[in-house]
Design a protein around this ligand. Structure first.
Ligand SMILES: CC(C)(COP(=O)(O)OP(=O)(O)OC[C@H]1O[C@@H](n2cnc3c(N)ncnc32)[C@H](O)[C@@H]1O)[C@@H](O)C(=O)NCCC(=O)NCCS
Ligand SMILES: Nc1ncnc2c1ncn2[C@@H]1O[C@H](COP(=O)(O)OP(=O)(O)OP(=O)(O)O)[C@@H](O)[C@H]1O
Length: 209
């Protein structure tokens, strides 16, 4: 099985690209979805996070108030590191199980969309690794527009991640998403034909026969 890594910076366009993969019939494992499951009321991750951050991060329904927790962790490095430490084992297990499900169903090529792929060193499991890159200016503009954030909040979120230019230098394939959606689709078609190339022997033997 070929495990293609998809990453980038916050609001650089990963979900937009991962939707294109899905529409082309390639299964996508989405780390943000796994991370959301891990924080659902009553789950193991929820218990750890509530014990560490207190009831004040909860809504009256006792689900986590995600914007509130985001506000806390994106304005404090130590609190974000604490949240990462608490959630990491649940997130990595969840991603692994999703990959296993795809393997069991006989998938030959899958994409794993992990915002923090390089930060958590999961890139050693993915080949090729695709980075969706934008300039900092485009990134801040799209992030502020999409999430209705102030410039300061948007900058804090961007700074909570490895610089996008550094991620670009680690990529096997770079998608430059500064242009229009049409530009993006054209680049995507090339990436799709590249990742659909015949499997190597190793990838072939790693697939369910
Ligand atoms: C802080 C939380 C509750 C905020 O939730 P919210 O719904 O507002 O944002 P969402 O989960 O959709 O994340 C949006 C983007 O923020 C970035 N981001 C999320 N968590 C982190 C983090 N710990 N460090 C850096 N960037 C992050 C990613 O680019 C992600 O795609 C949530 O992001 C969270 O639980 N984060 C910790 C888990 C994690 O590391 N997720 C990343 C998946 S690898
Ligand atoms: N080429 C483009 N032109 C204009 N807008 C775009 C383009 N690509 C993505 N966008 C918009 O930019 C925003 C961010 O894109 P998207 O949500 O795909 O990013 P993401 O990397 O998945 O973000 P996150 O890390 O927060 O999950 C969205 O509002 C999306 O519609």
């Amino acid at each position: 099985m070929r495990i293609v890594g998809l990453t980038g910076g916050i609001a650089s366009g990963k979900s937009t690209v991962s939707n294109l993969f899905k529409a082309s019939g390639i299964p996508v494992v989405d780390a943000d979805v796994v991370a959301r499951d891990v924080l659902k009321k009553g789950s193991g991750g929820w218990k750890k996070v509530v014990a560490a951050f207190g009831d004040e991060i909860l809504l009256p329904s006792r689900e986590v108030d995600r914007p509130k927790l985001g506000q806390i962790v994106f304005s404090s490095d130590s609190k974000r590191q604490l949240l990462n430490k608490l959630m990491a084992p649940y997130i990595s297990t969840g991603i692994f199980l999703e990959i296993l499900k795809q393997w069991a169903s006989g998938a030959k090529v899958i994409v794993v969309d992990i915002p923090l792929l390089f930060e958590v060193k999961m890139d050693k499991w993915t080949k090729p690794t695709v980075v969706v890159w934008v300039s900092e200016e485009t990134q801040l503009k799209r992030l502020m527009e999409r999430d209705g954030l102030s410039e300061e909040d948007a900058r804090n979120r961007v700074m909570a991640q490895m610089p996008l230019d550094l991620k670009r230098s680690k990529a096997d394939i770079v998608i430059d998403n500064n242009g229009s959606l049409d530009d993006l689709h054209q680049q995507f078609d090339k990436v799709l034909s590249e990742i659909r190339r015949p499997l190597t022997w190793t990838e072939f033997w790693r697939s369910r026969q």
